[in-house]
Design a protein around this ligand. Structure first.
Ligand SMILES: Nc1ncnc2c1ncn2[C@@H]1O[C@H](COP(=O)(O)OP(=O)(O)OP(=O)(O)O)[C@@H](O)[C@H]1O
Length: 445
């Protein structure tokens, strides 16, 4: 985990020692902390050690392709953006990687300034996913949740966390992990909605060399990566039916095999799952297996939406403002009385993620040491009759979000179907929606 005031940590994966060395030096001059790996094995070892803030990888490495690397790196990346550097001839592979969820690619030779700009644009404002939750337990709505998490951390029962997007389900899963005897073991977070379908089995179970075309080496899947730690399966409602059956077998028998493997491997970790979908409706529609549901939801915990936790809003806002200010070496800003009132009156469709993004953006834009409501809800100025016209960017984002919500509605909340209607991959849809909701592009009020 990166301390809040540390420079951004960039993992540079480049096998050409001269090029890599020069790039690393240049990025260090720009104020980044750079770790330079010369092959995929070194890069993965580095990723397992500490999650960087940004990854730039060559698309062709001595021990594997960009796709190999991406597949193996995914569980360790979390929110960390990954960008591939590619020669012109390999742009096809770069495009496939972006479809699978990579953030961008740069064609060689690229301008370092352009790279620095992309780093600054892509690195999420927050960099401490394991930050102590400031909210759970501060209001009656989460007091029960905080107590349940504490109690369940010490027990090994499967837990299903339910709640809307951005309420803190992953934060809750980390509490379960960090307060348990497994705390020193890995916490592997998997977003089931963002796993490319064709890679799913090998991602979960791993594969032996030659198990399928392109499997140039053996690789461990998430069940193995988690070791004796915690495997967190987010958006479990989006899990492909084929994988649902396979997961059920692992939960029943405690063992699994790598693709192409002959040896049974034991799953030693703890499973925690989360969903914002109505699993009851999915079960009724035969889209989610009822037997799997009972295995996963031995204990079910509800993480309430932020609008039902008014007592936490100001404390969370102050905490986020403080963290963000500290990162920038500034004094923590105050929240003007009208800003506090506006925060309390808002209904938070994107929940805590939206609150965090609004506060961090406000801090970046605000002048002076007090945040006002116009800093936190700049889009409201657009509602005023004499207000400035909407920027094209915000108009585009609002229209995009409206289309996404409409497609989801028409698809009964099924991400895969909505993605097909919109002509994008599930990964893209999921990422865009999360970003747009988080940024509060939706007109409030
Ligand atoms: N109680 C909390 N204290 C501090 N930060 C929080 C808290 N709850 C959520 N956050 C922050 O809000 C953001 C969203 O949280 P998280 O990813 O846990 O939500 P989620 O419910 O898992 O969302 P999704 O369903 O979209 O995966 C993260 O940046 C997280 O750090």
């Amino acid at each position: 985990m990166t301390p809040t005031d540390a420079p951004l940590h960039v993992l540079l994966i480049e096998d050409d020692a001269v090029l890599g060395g020069a790039l690393a030096q240049r990025l260090r001059l720009e104020g980044f902390r750079v770790e330079h790996a010369v092959n995929a094995a070194q890069a993965l070892a580095a990723l397992r050690q500490a999650r960087p803030d940004f990854v730039l990888s060559d698309i062709r490495l001595p021990d594997g392709s960009g796709e190999d690397l991406y597949r193996r790196a995914l569980p360790h990346l979390g929110d960390t953006p990954i960008v591939f550097a590619t020669a012109f001839a390999e742009v096809g592979q770069a495009v496939r990687l972006m479809r699978a969820g990579a953030d961008d690619y740069l064609t060689k030779p690229f301008d370092v300034e352009r790279l620095v700009q992309r780093i600054r644009e892509l690195v999420p404002a927050r960099r401490e996913p394991g930050a102590a939750p400031q909210g759970f337990g501060l209001s009656p709505a989460t007091a029960r949740l905080a107590a349940d998490l504490e109690r369940l951390a010490g027990r090994d029962v499967p837990v299903l966390l339910r709640g809307e997007t951005g309420v803190g389900k992953e934060v809750a899963a980390r509490v379960l992990h960090e307060r348990s005897a497994r705390a020193a073991e890995p916490f592997v977070a998997v977003n089931c909605a963002a796993v490319p379908r064709e890679l799913m089995e090998s991602q979960f179970f791993g594969h032996e060399r030659g198990a399928f075309t392109g499997a140039t080496g053996a690789h461990a899947g998430w069940f193995e990566e988690a070791g004796a730690g915690t495997l967190f399966l987010d958006e479990i409602g989006e899990l492909d039916p084929r994988l649902q059956a396979a997961l059920l077998r692992v939960l029943q028998d405690g063992v699994f095999r790598r693709l192409g493997g002959r040896q049974d491997l034991r799953f030693r970790g703890r499973l925690v799952a989360a969903t914002n979908a109505d699993l009851g409706a999915r079960i009724a529609a035969r889209e989610f297996r009822e037997d799997l549901y009972y295995r996963l939801a031995v204990v079910e915990l509800w993480v309430p939406p932020l609008r039902e936790r008014p007592a936490e809003v100001l404390a969370l806002a102050q905490g986020f403002a403080q963290q963000a200010a500290q990162r920038q070496g500034l004094a923590a800003p105050a929240l003007a009385a009208e800003a506090q009132a506006a925060l309390l009156a808002h209904d938070w469709p994107g929940n805590v993620r939206e609150l965090r993004n609004r506060v961090e953006r406000a801090l970046a834009l605000a002048e002076g040491d007090t945040l006002g409501s116009a800093d936190l809800f700049p889009e409201r100025a657009l509602d005023e009759p004499a207000g400035a016209p909407a920027t094209l960017a915000s108009a585009r984002e609002q229209a995009e979000l409206a289309q996404i919500e409409r497609a989801l509605e028409l698809s009964g909340g099924r991400l895969a179907e909505a993605a097909q209607r919109l002509g994008v991959s599930r990964t893209t849809l999921w990422k865009r929606r999360k970003k747009l909701l988080g940024e509060g592009a939706r007109q409030s009020g």
